[in-house]
Design a protein around this ligand. Structure first.
Ligand code: D5M
Ligand code: FE
Ligand code: ZN
Length: 492
């Protein structure tokens, strides 16, 4: 069994904050929604009475106070939404657009955060990625190695641990039957040091009775496909509009809207605008409320419902013949943990009829073109852990996701994952396009025939980003027609 011990994870998280934790406190925390674990642990550490050990009392205090806040805000929200509900406007529909949602957690979430959910989640991840790898190699179960004499073997495992020594890298791999250490040296060492915890790979090499001396690391990767063909229409890729923020770039957005309405001086741009049948927005539609400490000072609109009303008004400026696909991000009003469901009706119904709401991630087809949409939260984790990656080239991080066939390979980092019974973050089907955002920088690439695009943002640098030295590249839009990519700049 591939078991990730929740208790261990909780202990690790507290240790990171500088605390030990009593087993009775762990028992209480184990039963809660894992997507809320990080914020609960932070509150507990802030409010605990002892300076060393977190007790069950410390946990109870925080859980009870959260319950009170939640009950209170639920009541307020319902009252408010009833008062302000507006009818969605009717738009002309064109019939020549065929949109299918292939994979999306919306309406299918069933995780409760129990131990069994984690077991099922990691087993699903392992099984899906092992199925891809088995088409390329012929593995033995790890437990079978014990009975084998010195010989060449292939195994598939989830990466448990990566340790660097002077001239090699030791990779601990786990499958449902056991654990093995693979040793990667020479040229393979560089590849092994970039392995991420919880990704699934295959290793071939010499089993010496104790270790696997690796000669090849096989990633699930996407197959090579160089074919490009003009679809006869274009898709515009945007994200991170952050409507409601006081750093939202209204003028740049209006220029984009003008372009979408063919209100441009240059005929070339008019042609491009005319070709756009779909706009995809990959998350962070609004800035949200209470997303980070002190956010209230950076909001133009402080009410979440009014933020979505404003968002809907802005999206309505896009011609109604164009279908707009909206997927949420970490600033939107859905659960933080991925996979995130689509926006609830309360907000979704504010948008015009040409808007289609999907979850994050979502695999969709637009007139047969397969687009994998993912907000991109894991990009932060990848850039932290793979030193050659940077915010200036987000597309390189996206290529790493394709190579690993997983949208958020690492569990327990900054990007939270809800342990659904099925791992919705595995890239099972090879898309024509991988579209992300989140890091507010722009970049495109082609990787083995897949068009990779990280759309920028419509928010200028926030105070937080200034402190972190994050330099956004706002107002850039990629328009792609299956053959050519056009990059348009709307920010001055
Ligand atoms: O994220 C925009 C970018 O800024 C993304 O790279 C994460 C980073 N960011 C934003 N807020 C934080 C906090 N509080 N900690 C660490 N990194 C952060 P966005 O999702 O638009 O806020
Ligand atoms: Fe964002
Ligand atoms: Zn984001």
């Amino acid at each position: 069994m591939v078991i990730k011990d929740v208790a261990k994870l909780i202990v690790k998280k507290f240790a990171f904050e500088g605390f030990n934790v009593h087993p009775s406190a762990i028992e209480l925390l184990k039963t809660m929604d894992p997507s809320e674990l990080d914020s609960v642990i932070k509150s507990i550490c802030k409010n605990c009475s002892s300076s060393f050990i977190i007790t069950a009392e410390d946990v109870k205090k925080v859980l009870e106070s959260r319950l009170e806040i939640r009950n209170h805000s639920n009541v307020k929200k319902t009252e408010y939404s009833n008062k302000n509900k507006i009818e969605p406007k009717i738009k002309n529909q064109s019939n020549n657009q065929k949109i299918q949602v292939i994979k999306d957690v919306s309406g299918n979430s069933c995780c409760q955060g129990k131990i069994e959910d984690f077991v099922a989640y990691f087993n699903s991840r392992y099984d899906k990625l092992a199925t891809i790898l088995k088409k390329r190699i012929n593995p033995v179960p790890i437990s079978a190695l014990r009975k084998l004499k010195s010989q060449n073997v292939e195994v598939i495992g989830m990466v448990n641990d990566v340790r660097e020594t002077n001239n090699s890298c030791i990779v601990e791999l786990e499958d449902k039957t056991g654990l093995v250490c693979a040793i990667a040296s020479g040229k393979l060492k560089d590849c092994a040091t970039e392995l991420l915890g919880d990704e699934v790979i295959a290793v071939s090499g010499l089993w010496n009775g104790r270790y696997l001396i690796a000669d090849r690391i096989v990633f699930p990767d996407v197959p090579i496909n160089g074919n490009k063909k003009d679809w006869g229409f274009s898709i515009a890729f945007i994200s991170d509009t952050h409507f409601g923020s006081n750093t939202f770039m209204g003028e740049a957005w209006q220029r984009f809207v003008n372009f979408m309405n063919c209100e441009v001086s240059d005929e070339r741009f008019e042609k491009i605008a005319e070709s756009i049948k779909y706009v995809i927005i990959a998350g962070d539609i609004v800035d949200g409320v209470g997303i980070y400490p002190g956010q209230e000072n950076e909001l133009e609109i402080t009410d979440i419902y009014e933020q979505y009303e404003f968002a809907a008004e802005q999206i309505e400026k896009i011609p109604s013949e164009v279908k707009v696909i909206i997927s949420p991000g970490n600033h939107d009003a859905v659960r933080q943990a991925e996979p995130q469901p689509k926006l609830p009706d309360e907000f979704a119904s504010l948008f015009p009829k040409n808007v289609i709401h999907v979850g994050n991630p979502a695999l969709i087809t637009l007139d047969g073109v397969k687009v994998q949409i993912y907000h991109g939260r894991s990009i932060d984790d990848l850039i932290t852990d793979i030193p050659r990656l940077s915010y200036e080239k987000p597309e390189e991080a996206l290529i790493e996701l394709l190579k690993r066939r997983h949208l958020s390979p690492q569990y327990g980092k900054k990007s939270p994952i809800a342990p659904e019974k099925e791992d919705y973050l595995v890239i099972e089907e090879v898309p024509d396009v991988l579209h992300s955002g989140h890091v507010h920088t722009f970049g495109t690439a082609f990787y083995r025939g897949v068009f990779v695009v990280n759309s920028s943002t419509w928010q200028s640098q926030t105070e937080f980003q200034k402190k972190m030295n994050l330099n956004p590249m706002p107002g850039i839009v990629a328009v792609y027609n299956g053959k050519n990519v056009v990059k348009l700049r709307f920010a001055r």
